[in-house]
Design a binder for this molecule. Sequence first.
Ligand SMILES: *Cc1c(COP(=O)(O)O)cnc(C)c1O
Length: 389
Amino acid sequence: MPKMTVPLLDLRRQYQTFKSDLLPALERVCDSQMFILGPEVTRLEVATAAYCHSEHGIGVSSGTDALLLALMGLDIGPGDAVITSPYTFFATGGTIARTGARPIYLDIDPVTFNLCPVLLARYLAESCEAREDGLYDQRSGTRLRAIMPVHLYGQMADMDPILALATRYGLAVVEDAAQAIGAEYRGRRAGSLGDIGCFSFFPTKNLGAFGDAGLVTARDAVLAERLRILRVHGGKPKYYHALIGGNFRIDELQAAVLNVKLPLLESWTEGRRRNAQIYDAAFTQGGLDTTIGLPVALNGRRHIYNQYVIRAPERDRLRAFLAEQGIGTEIYYPVSLHEQTCFAYLGHATGDYPESERASAETLALPIFAELELAELEYVVDAIRRFYA
Ligand SMILES: *Cc1c(COP(=O)(O)O)cnc(C)c1O
């Protein structure tokens, strides 16, 4: 095969397909000179909540701020604890810590890379104690308040047992759905199952803005109203503060971009799913599926492939070889949160979360964006075949 260049993501190709609708939309915002929380934001909130099968949508400044706002909305802070998995983007654990709460990490299910419900059940039964005012983590003495499952790479965590445990132990559920807009679990969409769903519109997500933006979904009207107030410093009416919030606002310009792109999201997601099928079939046909671990899309779930992540023996050498062949890849994530220097105070050691650590050493994300051409997908598969030959 002649040498090609296949980037991990090329947003310029996507841009060409909606540019003619986008520029007039931006011009409308410029002409209005209304930049903050205007009609574009309201439209985006209604349309995105509907797309996510949720009741309320609240546009925010980023996916990170969506997580932070969700935790603040649940009044989580010092003395509290929130359960999540350590194999995720930093913001998942970072926002928990920023509220003053303690992140409680539990290992992932090696098939989906998501929070393992068996370990969750075991932890709640064996490492916690019920007191008058709630459930406490025995080791740290902090009070458990919420579970934050991450729907990593675009496939949802095993939500039924997680929700059942949350109900049984009186915990809130905040979905980190930053990588999972439009993903489904038994017909229900990401962000509609927990108390709050958190989405990111970072440019590399399936629905990307032209900068930072995010959104939270909520089922409960009272909680949604509280989140709206916290988004603007906690003031309601303006300049009267019963709550301490922050500036978590989304811009009209970003909302206008997203309003143009949202109607196209399904076609892009279908493109990613089609490309994943092409990879799956090609790797299997070439007998490579016994050498590398292919991503597993479980029955009853709709995987939206924000990333197509394989497990690769000699991962770092493969990555360097693919780079030489002009193929872009990425490692999501090379260091689990429990091994990050900033979380040393939690007292974890290497070996505490073996599946997360193994994933950090083995995984590699391949180009999967919708506009990839068949020849490019074949080139990637062929390069991997040559590496292991
Ligand atoms: C992208 C991402 C976030 C943070 O979103 P930003 O918009 O970049 O702040 C949080 N969690 C996960 C799992 C993500 O992938």
